[in-house]
Every structure is written in C-alpha cells, then in structure tokens.
Write a protein that binds this ligand. Structure first.
Ligand code: IMP
Length: 427
C-alpha cells in the first residue's frame, strides 16, 4: 500500500515522527515539496535528528529516500544533513536519489527573501528567509532558474550563473540599494555542490514508477501544512508550494490514484508561525501554557509559535481537499492540566454561521469561533501504550474531533519518541 502523509494545519504537526513510524513498513520515502523551510524532528532513543530536506525515512538504514522535482533544494543544507547522518553512522549511498528537475536554492534567493521581507515592514509574510518564495518564483519565471541537472555541466552552469547574478544585482540594487553579489563566490560553491550531489541526481519519476511496478511500497511525505498551501491556504500568508496532498502528484510525478492511504497529521491544538489569520489563537495564558508544555518553538528558525485551540473547521477543510482517510493526532499529552478544552466547530462571519473554512485571509480574519467545550484531564499520558488506557476525558476529546471532522483518528501521539505513538485499528 502506498501512503501520503501531510499536515492538516499550519505546519509543525509532527509529520516527521509519523513518517518515521510508517517508514518501517515502506521501501521508499519521497519528499515532494517545499525546501529547507521545513523542519522535521525524529527522536530515536536519546538521539534527536532535525532534518530540513532529507525525507524523515533517512534515519532508517534500509529505507530508500527520494527528493522529488517539486522540492526547492538548498545544496548547502542537504550536504550538512548528509554529513550529520554520516557522523551518526547512517550512510545514504545507493539509497538516496534527487530529481534532476528539482530547482536549486542559491544564496541570492535567501538574500532576495530577506530584502523583500525587510522592505515590507509590517506587511511582511513572516517567511523563514530560506529563499523558498524567490526560488519558486524563478522556477515559474523559467529564464533565471537552476535545476539539479544543471550541476552535471559546470561549464554551462557558470555562464548561466553569471547572467543570473547580473540580473539579480540590477534588481537588488534598484529595489533595495543592496550591495552586489559576486558570481564567482556562487560558482565556487556550485562546484562543491556538484561534486557532492551529482552522484545522487537521477530521473526520479522513472525510478518511482519502476519501483511501484515492482510492488515497492512508497510513502510520500508532505512538508509544511495544508493551510499554508499556495492555492488553498490563507494566501498571502502561505508558503510558495502546494503543501497539501494536492501537491504530491505534481511534486514527484506519481498520481493520487496510485496512493491508497492519505494520512493527515494534526496536533491536538493549533499552532502557526509567521503572520496571517489564526481564528482560534490564544494570545494569553492558555497559549503560553501550550507553548511551554508543547515546546512550541520552530525547528528551522527557533521562533516562538503562536498557539491556540484545535480548529476543527480548518482541519475538516484540509481533510476534504486532501482526500484524507485517516488522521494522526500528535501532542495529546500536551493538553494535560487544562481544566476545560475547546474545539472550534464553526465560524461566525459577518453574523452568519459557517462550517466551511474560508481560505480568503480577509474573510478568515473576521471569523469568530463557535466552540464546543469539553472537560480536560490531569493524568500524564506519556506512558500510555493502548487507546483503552486513555482517561475518559481524552477519549471524549478524540471522539469530538472525529465527529466534526468526519475522519477516523488512527494514531495518537503522547510524546516525542517513536514508542510514544499509539496506533488504533479502525473497524
Ligand atoms: P516560507 O515558506 O519561508 O516562504 O514562509 C512562508 C510562511 O510559511 C511563513 O508564515 C512561515 O512561517 C511558514 N512556514 C514555512 N515553512 C514552515 C514549516 O515547516 N512549519 C511552519 N510554518 C512554516
């Protein structure tokens, strides 16, 4: 069975852990979108692996890892990750493939991201400054784009980079009065990138189709969350890729019809980093409690995450557009000690109640939440290994989410370790 794992909120749902667990029964794990803006944490024993580009399956020594064409790849970050795993005795040789069509994030993308955000002041998007938007913009624009295949012919790439840098310098100078970038510095870095990464570059679409024909089991790993999807998220406060499962097919060339399980990952509450509307946000003591107990600080940027109640309207929308047939709910343990828990079951916008999530940021920012209130629990859940052992209040909480979202919860996270995920069979 092939499966796809995506976040149903604004990212950071704990997909890394879910992928790591499911990877045990898969042969191949594929990243199909986003770039080093993502941060996946996998905890094995006492070791914590923070990955940004490599699929979470990379930490399993027998799993094949693929970076699809939809990813924007920062070679410096990827090389550091490969080295970091090597230090832990984890080799990627002969089990790692990068799409020749994946676009490359270079220094000028990060510069452009920063300059644009700085110039926007209070209208900024709050990006991770990893060059994601500028790299996807160059991909769509075509004329100034670099793809992984370009590293195969450095002589040709050098000329291309000279041209791109001349263009970017004109742009950055005129728009932001920025210091010029040196093409020679980028070319020098590219030589090293080419040496380190060309051995992994292949036609991953062909590889994946042949693998599926050979009955290999493939897991497609989403980055960010569905509400940050460029088309279906809270635009413009989104990332620059299709972060929902709808981005999967275009991001690796495998159509959705070849995937049986679409697993949506949520946290038992909601978080968001960066700007943009967030109806259930608790900018108060409850939000601080969740941030503190859930260690809600970004893996990539270290920023404190905004925290709030579980938004079932938003999750129901993400589940619908993503054809989600199972939910994995992480961080249930974090809610311990909160007397009353709230789940947003509808919005009131301009006096009208709706249960359909409006992705339009202007309408969404007007949404008043209609909450269902449930009693909380004081028991520590971190040692629980079976759903039946959960306190009744926690069971009721899961049931309330399932009822509103209308998708079964098949995994519950009660701590960061692999062992702290309870799988739940659906009858
Ligand atoms: P960008 O992807 O760096 O362009 O940032 C655009 C928006 O997406 C910002 O609000 C970021 O905080 C958010 N974002 C990007 N990647 C992640 C992630 O992995 N988790 C949570 N938010 C993210």
């Amino acid at each position: 069975m092939n499966c796809c794992v995506v976040g149903l909120q604004w990212g950071d749902e704990g997909k890394g852990k879910v992928v790591d667990i499911l990877a045990e029964n898969c042969d191949i794990v594929v990243r199909y979108g986003g770039g080093a803006n993502a941060g996946h944490t996998v905890v094995i024993g006492d070791t914590k692996y923070a990955l940004h580009l490599l699929p979470s399956g990379a930490v399993r020594k027998s799993t094949v890892c693929v970076i699809g064409n939809g990813v924007v790849l920062d070679p410096a970050v990827l090389i550091d990750e490969i080295e970091m795993l090597k230090k832990h005795g984890i080799e990627l040789e002969s089990r790692f493939f990068i799409s020749e069509n994946a676009h490359v994030v270079l220094d000028y993308h990060k510069t452009e991201d920063r300059l644009r955000e700085e110039s926007l002041g209070k209208n900024k998007i709050g990006t991770t400054i990893r060059g994601i938007g500028p790299c996807y913009a160059d991909k769509i624009g075509r004329s100034y784009a670099v793809r992984m295949a370009d590293f195969r012919d450095m002589a040709k790439l050098e000329g291309k980079i000279e041209n791109i840098v001349a263009y970017k310098n004109k742009l950055f100078g005129a728009m932001y009065k920025a210091e010029p970038i040196k093409a020679a510095d980028i070319i020098e870095k590219c030589r090293n990138f080419a040496k380190a990464l060309v051995p992994y570059v292949v036609d991953t679409t062909q590889y994946l189709h042949e693998a599926i024909d050979a009955k290999k089991r493939v897991l497609f790993e989403g980055a960010q969350g569905s509400l940050l999807d460029l088309d279906f998220g809270t635009f413009p406060y989104v990332t620059s890729s299709n972060a929902s499962s709808l981005g999967m097919a275009a991001g690796c060339g495998v159509p959705a019809q070849m995937v049986e399980r679409f697993i949506g990952v949520v946290k038992a509450y909601a978080t968001r980093v960066g700007e943009g509307p967030f109806p259930t946000e608790q900018d108060n003591a409850t939000g601080e409690y969740i941030r503190d107990k859930g260690h809600e600080y970004g893996t990539t940027t270290g920023r404190a995450r905004r925290c709030g109640w579980f938004d079932a309207v938003a999750v129901k929308y993400s589940a619908r557009i993503g054809a989600i047939n199972e939910i994995a709910m992480m961080h249930l343990d974090t809610l311990k000690g909160i007397k009353e828990l709230k789940i947003c079951r509808a919005y009131s916008i301009d006096g009208k109640e709706t249960t359909f999530f409006p992705s339009d940021a202007v309408r969404l920012s007007k949404a008043q939440c209609v909450y269902e209130t449930l009693p909380g629990w004081d028991e520590d859940l971190t040692g629980i290994t079976n759903i039946d052992q959960l306190p009744q209040a926690a069971k009721n909480y899961l049931a309330a989410v399932e009822k509103i979202v209308n998708v079964p919860i098949t995994m519950v996270g009660v701590g960061p370790k692999r062992s702290q995920a309870i799988e739940r069979k659906i009858s």
